[in-house]
Ligand binder design. Structure first.
Ligand code: NDP
Length: 448
């Protein structure tokens, strides 16, 4: 008999925690997981999944409009936010059920309550029950960061946006990152008047400059307003439910909702980490080594709580690597090179590898290939929206070190192309591949 109640106790049943629990259990470990909110975590419950469904819903606005050019006699259409919202939330419920079933099928004990750490191998549930485990895994994810200014409590975050009672006619979105640009696209397609307000002078820092510029230009053409280098001063709630927003050096704005999309911070507060000696970095993230082990040997962490790359597939890999290494006798280290990413804006962005600027800094001599084109269906639709594909090549080796794309279905195309970049293929390898015609993706093998 083990001296512990469990071999592994996981705190947080999100992408990383569920994967680690399931795989550790499949390796024979006795596993329990505590989740204070809903099984599935941010991605499934209030992130990637419901967001992507809203993106699909939003894109119908353009499809319905363009359909007329393709011969369809489309009557005037009306969008009903409540129908989409409720269908999306129902789908989230379904997925949550599936996640719960997966844990049950693997005989993982689920405690639907908050757990805190009270010792290197001991946790306490909200009802006071104390449980011991050989190892503890922290997979508590992140939480939206809301800057501190008067009235900031009147703003919503990505936690609440999926539950809005009504579609805001006017929405202000703070931030210039993933969530800001994705929701700007969504609300704009639904007919809301959208203003993005950012503290800096650029959107999507970290993405290739030309691609960012293209999104900015297309977004403005679609009617999204941008304000750069503008901090918030205050938000006041008016009697009619509207909000008056005061920004530095701007006239007051009256809007129906303010969405804060100003980054996410690791969820490490109030779970007993400091008390047991788990070291955090300056952002409050758990410091871990490449095996996901914290400064306390029996405590590990995966996913956004470690603030390495805040992406679901990365958290899943970390959870899998942890479980395989610790319980499966298969030491595995996650490779963070060439992780593809996407922004589900309108149109979306897909990227992998180095930007042009990063490659010039790192490699010195690079070759850049671009294709700036209008997708065939946009031409017929009379939609003046150009796609941009950009390839960054190491001039010394001919190796493709970066691919950056904005245009219809860019993330779908990029995922396959990322395999070639990850595999270290060369521009000559791309050139040697016969084009698949007519497609947008063929541009990748026709770059001159
Ligand atoms: P991002 O990090 O993408 O963007 C944050 C934005 O807020 C930046 O423009 C940043 O400005 C600004 N900002 C940061 N702190 C402050 C502050 N104190 N006051 C004012 N502005 C501030 O974060 P998001 O919230 O959009 O998304 C959180 C994370 O979730 C992302 O990093 C991403 O990893 C993940 N995510 C991924 C998605 C995907 O894969 N498609 C979709 C949605 C989220 P500056 O540039 O100056 O720092």
């Amino acid at each position: 008999m083990s001296e512990f109640d469990y071999d592994l106790f996981v705190i947080g049943a999100g992408s990383g925690g569920v994967r680690a629990s399931r795989i550790a259990a499949s390796h024979g470990a006795r596993v329990a997981v505590a989740e204070e909110y809903r099984v599935g975590g941010t991605c499934v419950i209030r992130g990637c999944v419901p967001k992507k469904l809203l993106v699909y819903g939003a894109h119908f606005a353009e499809d319905i409009h363009d359909a007329r050019k393709f011969g369809w006699d489309v009557p005037e259409c009306r969008f009903d936010w409540n129908v989409l919202r409720d269908n999306v939330l129902a789908e989230v419920d379904r997925l949550e059920g599936l996640y719960g079933q997966t844990l049950d099928n693997h005989k993982v004990t689920v405690f639907r309550t908050r757990a805190t750490i009270v010792g290197p191998q001991k946790v306490r549930l909200a009802d006071g029950t104390e449980l011991t485990a050989g190892r503890i895994l922290i997979a508590t994810g992140g939480w939206p960061h809301v800057p501190d200014f008067p009235g900031s409590e009147h703003a919503i975050t990505s936690n609440e946006v999926f539950h809005l009672e009504t579609l805001p006619k006017r929405i202000m979105i703070a931030g210039g990152g993933y969530i800001a640009n994705e929701f700007a696209g969504i609300f704009n397609e639904f007919g809301s008047q959208v203003t993005i307000v950012n503290r800096g002078d650029t959107i999507l820092r970290g993405y290739d400059e030309q691609i960012r510029d293209r999104l900015l230009q297309i977004s403005m053409t679609k009617g999204i307003h941008f304000k750069f280098n503008v901090p918030f001063r205050s938000i006041e709630k008016n009697d009619d439910g509207t909000l008056t927003v005061h920004l530095e050096n701007c006239d007051p704005f009256i809007v129906d909702a303010v969405l804060m999309a100003t980054g996410r911070v690791p969820n490490t507060k109030g779970i007993g980490l400091e008390e047991v000696g788990v070291e955090l970095d300056e952002q409050g993230a758990i410091k871990v080594d490449e095996t996901n082990q914290s400064s306390v040997p029996s405590i590990y962490a995966v996913g956004d709580v470690t603030n390495r790359i805040q992406l679901t597939p990365v958290a899943i890999r970390e959870g899998q690597a942890f479980a395989d290494s610790v319980f499966g006798g298969k030491p595995t280290v996650v490779d963070y090179q060439n992780v593809p990413s996407a922004v589900f804006s309108h149109p979306p962005i897909g990227a992998v590898g180095m930007t042009e600027a990063e490659a010039r800094n790192k490699l010195g001599s690079v070759r850049i290939y671009t294709s700036d084109f209008r997708a065939m269906k946009n031409v017929l639709a009379g939609r003046n929206e150009r796609a941009l594909y950009k390839m960054v090549v190491n001039a010394a080796t001919d190796q493709v070190v970066g691919l950056h794309m904005i245009g219809p279905d860019a993330p779908e195309i990029l995922q396959a192309a990322a395999i070639a970049v990850k595999a270290g293929l060369t521009k000559a390898d791309f050139d040697a591949t016969v084009a698949l015609h007519p497609s947008m993706a063929e541009e990748l093998v026709l770059l001159k």
